[in-house]
Design a protein around this ligand. Structure first.
Ligand code: C2E
Ligand code: SIN
Ligand code: SIN
Ligand code: FE
Ligand code: FE
Length: 389
């Protein structure tokens, strides 16, 4: 591919990328997509995105084509850097300026920032050019930093980012920041809704729902890639699934503390009451207006249905169970087994895997088995990132 500079094709790509961002509601999906689209229109090999959390920048998502093409996973790191001028990302967060560096190993001594090559060393990667952009909202507050790494002339050669693309890239970063603010508010509202559900047990609930949301997305995406679902639909479904799966147990609002927090096994009567959380959840979400509402209701109502018809509340069987509920069911049980509950201790990884495999006979959709088993490493990384509090 030829060098990308700001021609009309570039303008078209930036506009198309911006249009995608405004339709995303979930923060994790949005952060990934801000990065994916920006790498596409700048032809960048890699990139990272940071969000401002208090007085630090939190490194939250990174992508790297070279590492992926080696068949490796991107090393999982979550770290923070101080917001000061000593790093490139920190400098951009402090000053709201774009930083376009042709070669990070030739940054002049007198520059306030320097390049930290620790990530390169962990990843066995060589950063050369970087384009670092502030994600600034319309009140001029920096909410994050987008760093694009290694513009490509062709598949092999890394070149500088052409400076003619800076103004449009900055415009794109502003769109990204606005979408990010909205997504942060949505996540906050969802978490408040979930926390109300289990106010008596917020420690268990917050991380649990985030994990179930993320696990569901990973299983879905593995299935969707294998089934040739196009990228646009995948992004949309990941987005609404991430949020809808968080609400799977929203019906526990209607269940008494005594049952919810019971340390031991439930009696048959208590179990009957507990099982009502599915229909209560569907009731809470009853006015289905959007694709998100519909998916959230499908999941809340059907996440305890079993493939063989032995589940509740309706005893639906096989493909009669909405697809996303079949996915959320797997994510929910995986999380229940691997975590602490009022009524159980966490199981070791190998026991969880063994039990899950068994449950694909009868309980879960057998076609989804490969999409759980192949993603176990990814699920366990997610688990690390949402620890019990
Ligand atoms: P949860 O804790 O989020 O568990 C979700 C699902 O994970 C359970 O749905 C079940 O399918 C699976 N699961 C949890 N622990 C085990 C286990 O040790 N072995 C296996 N094979 N599967 C397990 P289920 O059974 O319909 O329960 C729904 C909810 O009811 C649970 O959500 C939990 O809040 C409550 N619950 C279930 N059993 C008990 C219990 O013995 N004591 C108490 N206090 N609550 C329970
Ligand atoms: C920075 O922007 O200086 C921190 C990240 C990196 O070194 O690539
Ligand atoms: C994803 O963003 O695609 C899954 C990981 C997450 O939601 O944190
Ligand atoms: Fe449930
Ligand atoms: Fe659950």
């Amino acid at each position: 591919m030829h060098t990308v500079s700001a021609d009309s094709e570039f303008l078209e790509r930036v506009l198309a990328a911006g249009a995608i961002l405004v339709n995303i509601g979930d923060i994790d999906i949005l952060l990934e997509q801000i990065l994916t689209e920006a790498r596409f229109f700048t032809n960048a090999d890699a990139g990272s995105i940071y969000t401002v959390e208090g007085n630090v920048l939190s490194f939250c998502h990174s992508q790297n084509e070279t590492i992926i093409s080696r068949g490796e996973r991107i090393p999982y790191t979550r770290f923070t850097i101080p917001i000061n001028k000593s790093s490139m990302a920190g400098y951009v967060a402090c000053t709201s300026e774009i930083l376009n560096i042709d070669d990070v190993r030739k940054i002049p001594e007198e520059a306030p920032y320097s390049f930290d090559d620790s990530y390169d060393r962990i990843a066995c990667y060589r950063t050369r050019s970087t384009l670092t952009l502030p994600l600034t909202n319309n009140r001029h507050v920096v909410v994050g930093v987008l760093q694009l790494i290694n513009a490509k002339a062709d598949q092999r050669e890394f070149i500088p980012f052409h400076n003619s693309m800076e103004p449009l890239a900055k415009y794109y970063a502003t769109l990204g920041a606005l979408a990010l603010e909205r997504a942060m508010m949505t996540r906050t509202l969802l978490m408040r809704m979930v926390n109300m559900t289990e106010m008596r047990d917020p420690k268990e609930t917050g991380p649990h729902v985030n994990r179930v949301g993320s696990y569901s997305v990973i299983i879905y995406d593995s299935w969707a890639k294998a089934n040739g679902i196009d990228e646009k639909d995948r992004v949309h479904n990941r987005d609404i699934l991430r949020m809808a799966a968080m609400l799977h147990d929203v019906g526990k609002t209607g269940i008494s503390d005594i049952i919810l927090k019971k340390p031991g096994n439930l009696t048959a009567d208590e179990r009957k009451l507990m099982e009502k959380h599915c229909s209560i959840g569907a009731e809470v979400l009853r006015n289905c207006e959007s694709a998100f509402d519909e998916m959230a209701r499908d999941i809340a109502l059907n996440h305890h249905e079993n493939w063989d018809g032995s589940g509740y509340p309706a005893g639906l069987k096989g493909k009669k169970i909405p697809f996303m509920a079949r996915i959320a069911a797997i994510a929910d049980v995986f999380d229940a087994l691997s975590s602490q509950r009022a009524y159980k201790d966490p199981w070791p990884d190998n026991k969880v895997t063994e039990e899950m495999e068994k449950l694909f006979i009868g309980k879960f959709d057998p076609d989804l088995k490969v999409h759980l088993i192949s993603q176990l490493d990814a699920l366990r990384e997610i688990k690390e990132s949402y620890p019990e509090q």
